[in-house]
Design a protein around this ligand. Structure first.
Ligand SMILES: [Zn+2]
Ligand SMILES: [Zn+2]
Length: 561
């Protein structure tokens, strides 16, 4: 991972009365958000999310923040505050709770409900949970917390104010400033202004859309587009979106009702989350509109709407299976309409376009953000961020939640409004707020923690590199048997390849050079099989690079008989 602060060493102890900020994830990537605040020897964590792997993380299921810097201080954690229910903010919580099971969890009603179902899936006991709402104050050790309503692409999101002896911190969480949201719950700029008047010492702000000029389009602007799509379609409609995007699902339900269609959910997380959202009153389901997805097929196609998971091209999700014509009960028909009412998260492009191509090949009309306004972002654009800086008038700003380019753009916006001190930190870079000034004071070692099947953190960057080599270059094994007394090659070399040339005779030309090299090594006094294996690796590596322009993984095995 690139790092703008390569020269930093471990930070000195935190001065008395200072607040330390340790980002463990989310600064330098969109995902696995986790920030630790330290005051007077006590810790407060904001968010604990996952990052979804990209093409260059073959075989990886999830990527976690690195808990290592706080692992032996988990007893000092007062609470984990969850700003909202997105996976990049709550998804790693079960893994943290495996290390200390009784960390108090703090979040809004919907956030805790979504988290609860996740903890049950991981078979974790529900720990002490503190449900909070905007306007509420709650104290954990030296941290006095207050919550502020923010608008985002999931209901019930909160910004958090953290008051300590070091000053006032305002963390926006993920937010935007949609002025006409479906639920009427806007980002509370009154409260931002009041905090600004009181004095915000450190303002941590969502960088995701800092490069996007202007203002993020309102969620409501999607409604007329959906209406046109529904009006034009005379067959089945399938809409894919995030399984937590309650308001997007609401708009699809409303369009379905307006056009006399019935709706079924496809995908486990969609079924589960929408049941929670409906139970808690965040989703209004008009009577009679929902049908079990499997029974929907009994209706004529022009009466059917499916709301599905898989909008990011996830290979195991419903939409991807439909695009390959192997979903267990949804078979696409030519003329069906598929709407991807979703963002395109960086890194998922290939997977998403693979799905779109698969759907198009089956004859579906595919509507996506590239050809229609069927998605709006959940994050504040540059104009909204400028507003916030002018209202909050913070002393120090720390951009969070983004790749480095997003955080740099966000830093520029803060400076443009006159903020004098902007600290640009990536994962592991430690920031202290002392006497009202935030400064980078060092860094702690953090890396990617890969979840792979049942293992957590056992797969290293080195094995990830091996996987990439195997995936891109293939594999060669060379087996040679050497007589331990005479030092002569008595059998082999036997060369086997995978993901390389199919024709085994390809390797004939390198067999004699291998034997010659082994003989030469032994003549020079090489005795153990490790040295001989290195010899074989060198000869084969040079040959394959010269003759085939390839760098496969080479596994030499020299057996002494
Ligand atoms: Zn979010
Ligand atoms: Zn997020």
């Amino acid at each position: 991972m690139s790092h703008p602060h390569p020269d930093l060493s471990a930070p000195a102890p935190l001065p008395a009365g200072g607040l330390r900020v340790i980002p463990l994830g989310g600064l330098g990537e969109v995902g696995r958000n986790m920030t630790v605040f330290e005051y007077d020897g006590r810790l407060l964590i904001v968010d604990c999310g996952v990052l979804f792997p990209e093409d260059h993380h073959p075989g990886v299921d999830l990527i976690l923040p690195d808990f290592h810097p706080i692992r032996d201080r988990l007893d000092a954690v007062e609470a984990l505050v969850l700003t909202h229910g997105h996976e990049d903010h709550i998804g790693a919580t079960p893994y943290l709770l495996r290390e200390r099971g009784d960390i108090p969890l703090v979040g809004s009603k919907l956030t805790l409900a979504l988290l609860g179902s996740k903890l049950r899936e991981h078979r974790l006991k529900e720990t002490a949970q503190y449900e909070v709402a905007e306007g509420q104050t709650i104290t954990f050790g030296p941290f006095v917390l207050e919550f502020v309503a923010v608008n985002h692409s999931i209901p019930d999101a909160l910004a958090v104010v953290i008051r300590t002896g070091a000053g006032v911190v305002l963390h926006t969480g993920d937010f935007k400033m949609d002025q006409l949201p479906l639920d009427g719950r806007i980002t509370d700029l009154n409260e931002f202004a009041r905090l600004g008047d009181e004095g915000v010492d450190l303002f941590l702000t969502d960088s995701t859309n800092a490069e996007v000029p202007g203002f993020t389009t309102s969620e409501k602007d999607i409604a007329p587009v959906l209406d046109r799509v529904f009006a034009k379609s005379d067959q089945r409609i399938i809409v894919a979106c995030f399984a937590s995007h309650v308001h997007r699902v609401q708009q699809v339900l409303d369009a379905a009702v307006a056009h006399g269609r019935k709706v079924g959910y496809v995908g486990r997380s969609m079924v589960r989350n929408m049941a929670i959202a409906q139970d808690l009153g965040y989703l209004t389901v008009p009577p009679g509109v929902m049908v079990e997805a499997k029974e929907l097929a009994d209706l004529p196609p022009h009466k059917q709407v499916l709301i599905s998971t898989g909008s990011q091209g996830e290979p195991m999700a419903a939409l991807s299976r439909m695009s390959q014509n192997n979903h267990h009960f949804v078979q696409l028909q030519p003329g069906d309409t598929v709407v991807l009412a979703s963002s395109l998260i960086p890194g998922n492009e290939n997977a998403v376009y693979r799905v779109i191509n698969g759907l198009a090949r089956l004859g579906a009309n595919v509507v996506h953000k590239g050809n229609s306004l069927v998605h709006v972002s959940g994050h504040a654009s540059a104009g909204e961020l400028l507003y916030c800086y002018n209202i909050v008038k913070p002393r120090n700003v720390m951009p969070v939640h983004g790749e480095i380019r997003h955080m740099l753009a966000n830093a520029e916006l803060a400076r443009a409004t006159g903020v004098e001190n902007v600290v640009l930190a990536e994962d592991g870079v430690v920031v202290d707020l002392v006497d009202g000034v935030a400064k980078i004071v060092g860094k702690v070692d953090v890396g990617y923690v890969f979840v792979d099947g049942t293992t957590i953190g056992d797969i290293s960057e080195a094995s990830m590199k091996d996987r990439r080599i195997l995936g891109e270059e293939g594999f060669l094994s060379v087996i040679v048997v050497v007589d331990s007394v005479t030092g002569k090659v008595v059998s082999g070399p036997e060369i086997h390849a995978r993901g390389f040339a199919e024709d085994e005779t390809t390797f004939d030309e390198v067999k004699q050079p291998i034997i010659d090299a082994i003989n030469a090594s032994i003549a020079e006094g090489a005795t153990d099989s490790y040295q001989l294996q290195q010899t074989v690796r060198r000869v084969v590596g040079r040959w394959v690079n010269r003759a085939h322009r390839r760098r496969p993984m080479i596994i030499p095995v020299v057996i002494e008989a």
